[in-house]
Ligand binder design. Sequence first.
Ligand SMILES: C[S@@+](CC[C@H](N)C(=O)[O-])C[C@H]1O[C@@H](n2cnc3c(N)ncnc32)[C@H](O)[C@@H]1O
Length: 392
Amino acid sequence: MPALDQFFSPCPRGLEALLVAELEQLGAQATQELPGGVQWRGSLEACYQANLWSRVASRVLMRVGVASYRDETDLYKAALAIDWPALFTVERTIRVDVTAVRSPLESVDFAVLRIKDAVCDHFRQVCGERPSVDTRNPDVRISAFIDEREAVFYLDTSGEPLFKRGYRRARRDAPLKENLAAGLILLSGWNPAEEPFFDPMCGSGTLAMEAALIATRTAPGARRSFGFEALTGHDPQLWRRLRDRAAAGTSPHAPQLIVASDRDPACLEDLRASLATFGLEDAVRCTTGDVLTAQAPASHGVWLTNPPYGVRMGADEGLGDLFKALGGVLKRGFAGWRCLFITADMKLPRQLGLHESRRTPIFNGRLECRLFEFRMVAGSLRRRQADTGAAG
Ligand SMILES: C[S@@+](CC[C@H](N)C(=O)[O-])C[C@H]1O[C@@H](n2cnc3c(N)ncnc32)[C@H](O)[C@@H]1O
């Protein structure tokens, strides 16, 4: 059995560098950025901290074995050789997941089955009993990543993915994943101590909720349980100490104004319910209104929004008009603001009639997107009107 100090944390593609910085702050060592995640080394404490505090990671996977393989029999033997009873007890229910990249195997499902058989056979040989499988709500999740010739086995110390913070109740149209939303905020360079934050098309409010968690220094994992709690090596005292320390450092108030708005009042109800699960009702001002009549809530700040988009929301009729008018709203009312949009619509700057100051590639699931930033400079509208003799 290798030392259990090697981890892999997947994340939304485009956020890998942010995740390296975040994990290093949380105690990770020897970090290595890979497409879609970060490989790192660390102590049990670093594993707990990453689960509790990482805003960007989707999971924290602990490496428990590695082997080269050519077929399912090799996979079975490699999984059989791992000392599973040292990692969790036979009463724990299990689930096995396999991610295959350029694997020669014909069926991923069969690979899952063979690995599950190997885990159960190992237990049966050692304890005379085998663990039960529960694919919906397992105590222990076993993951295998297989490529052309190598299989790496992991225990998932997160359990439910980390973007499930425990605050989302309803599912509205096209919500952003929580860790993607947090990553966008971090990418925007928002300074929560000095800059107000505004999402004028907030939907269920994921961006505002994540902004509130960041501004109040609240651990995103503070209200949920984790896979490591079911593992034999779990240290409940250490875990309690880290949780208590996290709780002691949070505040229910954000230092600057955070405003979320949508034209659909039901969205704000969802956001209020989300805020309440973390006791953060006072951290965000929730308003209902049309973005086209939005007023800047402060003289400067960060506007970050995920506007409706044709592919995700259905027909995109009318969106061109919305964006054209929105360009005017930004130019007229948001001088002094940095305005950012996450969208898969590469034509957005042209539709807004603005030049972006920054464009960052990012994936929303499989959808390739851009985070566009527009710096709204005071006087730009007047100059433009003087140049062209036209308004807007
Ligand atoms: C893609 S969703 C935002 C999803 C959100 N980021 C989340 O994670 O839940 C776009 C939102 O824009 C809102 N919207 C569309 N047109 C609007 C308008 N003219 N004024 C205000 N909100 C609008 C919709 O009601 C919808 O909730």
